[in-house]
Design a protein around this ligand. Structure first.
Ligand code: IPD
Ligand code: CA
Ligand code: CA
Length: 270
């Protein structure tokens, strides 16, 4: 395993331990609201601090982009961290959440770890070396089209600017597939597409820490990820993305396209 990935796995495991311990004492949890429907618990903060400590012990100069602490330092290597993806699930005792750590080198995502502590699942990938679930190699599903497929998504819940466009997409896709899942962790949605549990996924308004690790994982598992019109770049900036195996990616883009407007395909966050 690449030394950078090795540290990322160690950090993700430690954060996972903190999260599991806190999940067993949920009645004592302190919850703050960052904005409407945007919650943070002391567990998110503790997990992020632990991750940063482990990274900085090994690589004191590396830069960090953490959901809770923001940008720290300036270096050609940036660790992009979501210490607890799926906080709303966590707060409700719904055991579906993960730690996500992506490593970007000179602007390019090179390594990713997504750790689901409750299930004991660690997804890892390094560019050019494949994607793994624990020690097993994973690949995207071989679904040939929308028929019988299972697709992940995220419903608007904080910002409703593009809700009408989104529900148009949802209706089009739901009517042609076997089902849609809104599980509440973008990182695990991407990991599930990478491992073939979901055939595809799309969501609007995501942040770099939700998706950094998942992008490497998905691509190394043979998947395609892009913006809502199928464009190959700009989705990290806009936070609007679609993914799946190459056929599924094209099929989803076809359904999404009629509901797009200029703001949704612009590479700047709207
Ligand atoms: C959220 C989850 C959710 C997605 C939201 C994210 P958080 O992350 O990934 O699935 O729909 O957009 O903000 O706040 O739990 O880290
Ligand atoms: Ca998140
Ligand atoms: Ca989070």
């Amino acid at each position: 395993m690449h030394p950078l990935l090795n540290i990322a796995v160690r950090a993700a495991r430690r954060a996972g331990d903190i999260i599991l311990r806190a999940a067993n004492q949920r009645d004592t949890l302190t919850i703050d609201t960052k904005q409407r429907n945007d919650f943070v618990t002391e567990t998110d903060r503790q997990a992020e601090e632990e991750i940063i400590q482990i990274i900085h012990k090994a690589y004191p100069d590396h830069a960090i982009l953490g959901e809770e602490g923001g940008q720290i330092g300036d270096h050609e290597i940036t660790w992009i961290i979501d210490p607890l993806d799926g906080t709303t699930n966590f707060i409700h005792g719904l055991p579906h959440y993960a730690v996500s750590i992506g490593i970007q080198i000179r602007g390019r995502l090179e390594h990713g770890v997504i750790h689901d502590p409750g299930r004991g699942e660690i997804y890892t990938a390094t560019r050019g070396s494949g994607a793994f679930l624990n020690d097993r190699r994973i690949r995207v599903s071989s679904a040939r089209g929308l028929e019988n497929s299972l697709i992940g998504t995220g419903l608007p819940f904080r910002d409703f600017t593009h809700a009408d466009a989104y529900y148009g997409m949802l209706q089009a896709i739901a009517s042609k597939t076997a089902g849609i899942r809104r599980a509440g962790s973008a990182a695990l949605d991407l990991a599930y597409v990478a491992s073939g549990r979901l055939d595809g996924y799309w969501e609007l308004g995501l942040k770099p820490w939700d998706i950094a690790a998942g992008i490497v994982l998905l691509q190394e598992a043979g998947g395609i990820i892009g913006g809502l019109a199928g464009e190959p770049s700009g989705f990290m900036e806009s936070g609007n993305l679609v993914c799946g195996n190459p056929r599924m990616f094209a099929a989803l883009v076809r359904e999404i396209q009629p509901h797009l407007n200029e703001a949704l395909t612009s590479p700047t966050r709207q």
